[in-house]
Design a protein around this ligand. Structure first.
Ligand SMILES: Nc1nc2c(ncn2[C@@H]2O[C@H](COP(=O)(O)OP(=O)(O)O)[C@@H](O)[C@H]2O)c(=O)[nH]1
Ligand SMILES: [Mg+2]
Length: 180
């Protein structure tokens, strides 16, 4: 079975752990230790193909650039999360695409932009169009989700699998071209 390494990135408090735990265990935790950085495994089926995801829920080791670079190097797909109730968290992730492409030394890295906390519509600070515009600029898909109400949580992980499949296929094709 294919196995994919996914890294969940974003500022503290945006819901990286809540999204990951909701996806892996199907429950919403009100409080999750913000310092816990852990791997989770889950098998899913995407477009009729089963695969295993190894998900790294990061927790602010970004202060140590070498640590951050290491998990970016090891990751194959990146779920970049901000909270739509906090505009600062949207600003925070803007340099992320450049950082990932630099560390991976590749322009075509599978990335998905996620606006979390869509259940808190009345506290929204980041309009959908802003997320969409950034995703277009990055050339990646964009999803608004809620770890609390479970909205689009499975889609987040299915979509990053599709992005990883897509870039794998492209790599294979260009390899075949080189061989031929
Ligand atoms: N209303 C709401 N709260 C959320 C959602 N996701 C996370 N939270 C809350 O936001 C806070 C931070 O979540 P956490 O997963 O620990 O964020 P992390 O630091 O990015 O891992 C917690 O109090 C969560 O209960 C969501 O989708 N909706
Ligand atoms: Mg966390």
């Amino acid at each position: 079975m294919r196995e994919f390494k996914v890294v969940v990135l974003g500022s503290g408090g945006v819901g990286k752990s809540a999204l990951t735990v909701q996806f892996v265990s199907g429950c919403f935790m009100e409080k999750y230790d913000p310092t816990i950085e852990d791997f989770y495994r889950k098998e899913i089926e995407v477009d009729s193909s089963p695969c295993v995801l190894e998900i790294l829920d990061t927790a602010g080791t970004e202060q140590f650039a070498s640590m951050r670079d290491l998990y970016i190097k090891n990751g194959q797909g990146f779920v970049v999360v901000y909270s739509l109730t906090n505009h600062q968290t949207f600003q925070d992730i803007k340099p992320m695409k450049e950082l990932i492409t630099r560390v991976k030394s590749s322009e075509r890295v599978p990335i998905l932009l996620v606006a979390n906390k869509s259940d808190l519509e009345h506290q929204r600070e980041v309009p959908t169009i802003e997320g969409n515009t950034l995703a277009q600029f990055w050339g990646c898909p964009f999803i608004e989700a809620s770890a609390k109400s479970k909205t689009n949580v499975n889609d987040v992980f299915a979509e990053i699998v599709r992005e990883m499949n897509y870039s794998n296929d492209k790599e294979k094709k260009s390899y075949c071209c080189t061989v031929l």
